[in-house]
Design a protein around this ligand. Structure first.
Ligand SMILES: Cc1ncc(COP(=O)(O)O)c(C=O)c1O
Length: 461
């Protein structure tokens, strides 16, 4: 049975179908015993082959119980989507194809689906239709790609080629951003050769939006990094005024829209990201709000020349013709065909389906905020998008309530610091979350508040 593809796929299919069918019954976080059982995977490198079925069987027996149920409707931690079933199925087929999406000739289907999905994404976000769209693993790599392009473009205008001379001796560029910048952008800036000393951090308002009047004078050696969707509040920076100033000064604006750029898909929400189209580059995840399987994101960049300068590869066997050559747009050559899942989700949902997905998550977030406030929690952000930040009356009770909620098995959310206060954060990003999931989760949160108020700390104060 070693190479019986059909038998193995059937086995995996059964296990996966069983997993998804029991998704709503399983605890959101794996049990302690499921974690302990992971020891079953550890051991010396096997000398001899194993039966292929036993490999899949072990993955299901030991692996499935140790998963975090992020595909279910009651996981609200971090910002994580839930993989629409159609995208999981598309991903299976694409795995069977096992396409190398690096070049058109190596996979016409991968390149063409990227091209189609790229066009649809530009339409949904209403961004320049001739922008480059590169398919990467996540927003971190999307931001890295965009920063590398920005670096190339700004330095080339001074007559300096990073490609030719590296960064040693290059004119210094400056990064202007807010104190609220998502930390993965700082990592991405590091990959692109920028240090912490190159970053100027500006203060923000109560929702974490950069205060435009605090920006230093911009110039043509500045990269401004803004956010569509603050990780805590969900708020967007004021793009319009800053992008206009940046353009006049010759500065580059990049927007981290990991989840918040999807607000553009909703007629009710798109105004929150007003002016986002004026930037030079953007990064946005598919595996968050579009609910694609991990790991999928794109960066979008107006400057085709800069992308080619950074990622363009020349070799006789790597053809460069009029067709899409994905390897000339991303840091990798060989990679999986991410465009398949983007295409499948967009084809399945259509423009109206993406809008409904975004609107539904935002409505659930609003319901959470109302229910939490009514119960006596303090909601710390304006809930305009899909994020809710809330706390009890003090840090000790907030920590205790969080532990109780996390231990419930019914729902899960994480901790954060918001404007110097310890808090809990809900992100509603999954297609799978229903109104019933929200009510069940709210009930756990409300019970936790009562319990910490009635508990030893509550009664002693
Ligand atoms: C606002 C924001 N930016 C960037 C990232 C990084 O995205 P990824 O994990 O896909 O690299 C995240 C992830 O949570 C995020 O929420």
């Amino acid at each position: 049975m070693m190479n019986d593809a059909k038998g193995l796929l059937d086995l995996a299919h059964l296990a996966a179908a069983r997993y998804l069918a029991t998704r709503d019954e399983r605890a959101v976080m794996p049990s302690a015993s499921a974690i302990v059982a992971l020891a079953g995977f550890h051991g010396p490198m096997p000398e001899e082959p194993s039966e292929a079925e036993s490999v899949i069987e072990a993955l299901d027996r030991l692996g499935s119980p140790a998963t975090v149920a992020t595909t279910g409707g009651r996981f609200f931690g971090f910002v994580v989507g839930g993989a629409l079933p159609v995208t999981v199925a598309a991903s299976w087929l694409a795995s069977a194809w096992d396409q190398n999406a690096g070049t058109w000739v190596l996979s016409p289907i991968a390149a063409e689906l990227e091209e189609v999905a790229a066009g649809w994404l530009l339409e949904i976000f209403d961004l320049p239709r001739d922008a480059v769209v590169g398919f990467v693993t996540g927003s971190t790599m999307g931001a890295f790609s965009a920063f590398a392009a920005a670096r190339s473009a700004l330095l080339r205008r001074t007559g300096y080629s990073v490609k030719q001379k590296c960064l040693n001796g290059a004119p210094r560029l400056r990064i202007v951003t807010s104190e609220e910048l998502h930390p993965t952008n700082v990592a991405a800036l590091g990959y692109a050769g920028f240090g912490l000393d190159d970053i100027v951090r500006c203060p923000t308002d109560a929702q974490g939006r950069i205060l435009p009047e605090t920006l230093p004078a911009l110039d043509d050696r500045t990269i401004v990094v803004l956010q569509a969707g603050n990780i805590n509040s969900g708020a967007c920076d004021p793009f319009e005024s800053i992008c206009e100033k940046a353009e006049a000064a010759g500065a580059w604006v990049h927007i981290d829209g990991a989840f918040g750029l999807w607000a553009r898909a909703s007629r009710a929400k798109r105004d929150l990201a007003r002016g986002v189209e004026l930037a030079n580059s953007w990064s946005v995840d598919g595996h968050k709000w579009l609910n694609l399987p991990q790991d999928s994101a794109v960066y979008i960049c107006r400057d085709r020349e800069a992308i080619d300068d950074v990622f363009g590869v020349s070799a006789t066997y790597l053809m460069r013709d009029g067709r899409r050559q994905p390897n000339n747009m991303t840091p990798e050559l060989s990679r999986r065909a991410r465009g398949v899942e983007f295409w499948a989700a967009l084809k399945f949902l259509g423009r109206s389906g993406v809008e409904r997905l975004v609107d539904r998550c935002c409505a659930h977030a609003k319901r959470f905020a109302q229910g939490l406030e009514k119960a006596g929690y303090e909601v710390l952000n304006e809930v305009a998008l899909n994020q809710v930040v809330f706390r009890c009356e003090d840090e000790a009770r907030t920590r205790a309530a969080l532990l109780e909620i996390q231990a419930s098995g019914v729902t899960w959310l994480g901790a954060t610091h918001w404007k110097d206060r310890f808090a809990m954060r809900i992100s509603v990003s999954s297609w799978a979350t229903t109104a019933e999931d929200v009510e069940r989760s709210l009930a756990v949160m409300i019970r936790a508040l009562r319990s910490v108020r009635a508990g030893p700390r509550g009664s002693s104060s």
